[in-house]
Design a protein around this ligand. Structure first.
Ligand code: PLP
Length: 366
């Protein structure tokens, strides 16, 4: 927290507006939309809820296929199952770790040939870095397939000067506790399409039809954000730029410290944009390094330093074992060799030095 949030929360308590919805929610939506340059936004209880409502708008039928990035967190895909549709996975490209546009084109063609034109593409922007959106949006546009951007990890990033999440039909964002800015838990759905956002807002507030009594003709959800949490979000939004800079500083610090270590390669930063380096991720090539990801991770764990493997790809997850995947070797290797280092925006250089010391020691003594 920056200090700004507590003032806004104090004002909220003073007004006694402790409820879902309220003036902070409206203001947070407007300030957020202005920050990412989208026309409309609706604040929700989570990023997962935002993705669920985005899919809800597509009226999916059982057996419909939705293309998803394989290398991601399961929340990028679970809402496809909520809507009884079937995910089809696409592997990453080496250069950005995000969805490979050529493999996406292949997956779309193959789907059309099977008589199953994908109903949507959910494109993830991983670890603070935008995917290469233009060629992916072009594939979608050619076939009239809606593009949903999962920018939960990429708030504050840019793609060709604009915010990822604003290129497709809609974008989802998360303010979970581990994200670059947080409301403890929360999310946002953004779009230039007013009808889509209005509908999401309606579904998120129990689908209450306009009437003085409670009238319902559709299934509703309780997905709105609390007015108290929106106050936190407003304060956090003001320091987003600082948070991005702090995360990038962490990454640069690690990069400098591990420059001489053989077999260590950081997640590349694609030249089309600016990554937030939400997490500093690297791979350790065991054929060069004479150690491996797991040995290094365990060495850090022994010193009470939490580092985690890169996301386990969805096509390797038990729950998705029957789903199709186009490619798979890149994300499998990134999972095998990839490590996410401590990356919080509040890390001091002393904290970073401690991580670096243990990392280097484990690396060289093996
Ligand atoms: C965190 C995250 C989500 C889900 O956001 P919540 O607010 O936690 O529901 C979705 N996709 C990705 C890629 C995420 O990292």
């Amino acid at each position: 927290m920056s200090g700004e949030e507590i003032e806004l929360v104090r004002e909220t308590f003073a007004s006694n507006w402790i409820a879902p919805l309220g003036p902070n929610v409206d203001a947070f939506e407007q300030e957020f939309a202005a920050r990412v340059q989208t026309k409309h936004a609706v604040a929700l209880s989570s990023g997962t809820a935002a993705l669920h409502l985005a899919l809800r708008g597509l009226n999916l039928q059982p057996g419909d296929e939705v293309i998803c990035s394989s290398l991601t967190f399961s929340a990028s895909v679970n809402p496809v199952l909520y809507e009884r549709a079937t995910p089809v996975f696409v592997d990453s490209e080496e250069s950005s770790w995000n969805m490979d546009p050529a493999l996406l084109a292949e997956a779309v063609s193959a789907g059309i040939k099977r008589g199953k034109k994908p109903r949507a593409v959910i494109l993830v922007h991983l670890y603070g870095q935008s995917a290469d959106i233009d060629p992916i949006a072009a594939v979608c546009a050619r076939q009239g397939i809606p593009l949903i951007e999962d920018a939960a990890e990429a708030l504050g990033a840019t793609y060709k000067g604009r915010a990822p999440g604003t290129f497709g039909d809609c974008g989802i964002y998360s303010f979970n506790g581990n994200k670059i800015i947080t409301t403890s838990g929360g999310g946002m759905l953004g779009s230039d399409n007013k009808a889509l956002i209005d509908k999401a807002r309606f579904w998120a507030t129990q689908a209450r039809d306009p009437a003085p009594h409670y009238e319902h003709s559709e299934v509703g959800f309780n997905y709105r954000m609390s007015n108290v949490l929106a106050a936190i979000g407003r304060g956090q939004l003001r320091v987003l730029g600082d948070r991005v800079n702090a995360r990038r500083r962490n990454c640069a610090y690690y990069q400098k410290a591990f420059k001489d270590l053989p077999g260590v390669a950081f997640m590349p930063e694609a030249d089309y944009g600016r990554s937030t380096r939400w997490l500093t991720c690297l791979t350790i090539d065991p054929t060069i390094a004479e150690t491996n990801r797991e040995k290094v991770r365990l060495a850090l764990e022994r010193e009470n330093i939490e580092a985690r493997p890169v996301w386990k790809p969805m096509h390797l997850q038990p729950i998705f074992k029957d789903c199709l995947c186009f490619g798979g070797g890149v994300s499998s290797r990134l999972f095998e060799n990839g490590l996410c280092l401590p990356s919080g925006s509040n890390l001091s250089s002393k904290d970073l030095d401690r991580v670096i010391k243990v990392f280097r020691r484990s690396f060289i003594s093996t």
